[in-house]
Design a protein around this ligand. Sequence first.
Ligand code: COA
Length: 171
Amino acid sequence: MLIRTETKDDFKHVFNLNYLAFEKRDDEAKLVERIRFSNCFIRDLSLVAEEQGEIVGHVLLSKAKIIQENGEKEVLVLAPVAVNPSVQKKGIGSNLIQEVLRRAKDLGYGLVLLIGHPTYYPKFDFQPAKQHGIELTQFIVPDDVFMVCELIEGELQRTNGELRYPPAFFR
Ligand SMILES: CC(C)(COP(=O)(O)OP(=O)(O)OC[C@H]1O[C@@H](n2cnc3c(N)ncnc32)[C@H](O)[C@@H]1OP(=O)(O)O)[C@@H](O)C(=O)NCCC(=O)NCCS
């Protein structure tokens, strides 16, 4: 399996992959398209997993901000991540997430946030965000599904405020 940066030639395959992975609904596939054409997109943080020339997985991190008393902090949000249902539970999702977090850290980002399954993400060092003083009001979700991963030590301690997802997440 190869993990690499997404290219233009991958776009339609990534659309189909997200459509298939999210139970043949196109909400996440369309979300990816909106993010790509917005200023929260970071080309190097849209990764695909390729197996025998086929796109079998995709993960996307994009720019968001935390509104703090002393100004705004740029952070990243992870959404979506998808693996073709025919090859799930073989580690492809984990490989994609680990690699995109590595790249995000290399780019200097300190925090990645997401809304996701509370049993899947802790193995990548995600933990509930609210207990670290990060609030979310744009989406009403249980506390344990709103999670944060600290890429740079000390970053959570320096952060306190409300996460704002970028406009691309809202139609
Ligand atoms: C979530 C997803 C990306 C994981 O990809 P994957 O390649 O199957 O993941 P991995 O093989 O690396 O990890 C599999 C592990 O995650 C668990 N897992 C898989 N999907 C899960 C889910 N939706 N919720 C919770 N746990 C899940 C498996 O039970 C397995 O557990 P293990 O750690 O005991 O082995 C994939 O299942 C998928 O595309 N799901 C549909 C889309 C989706 O829900 N995306 C996440 C929300 S943005």
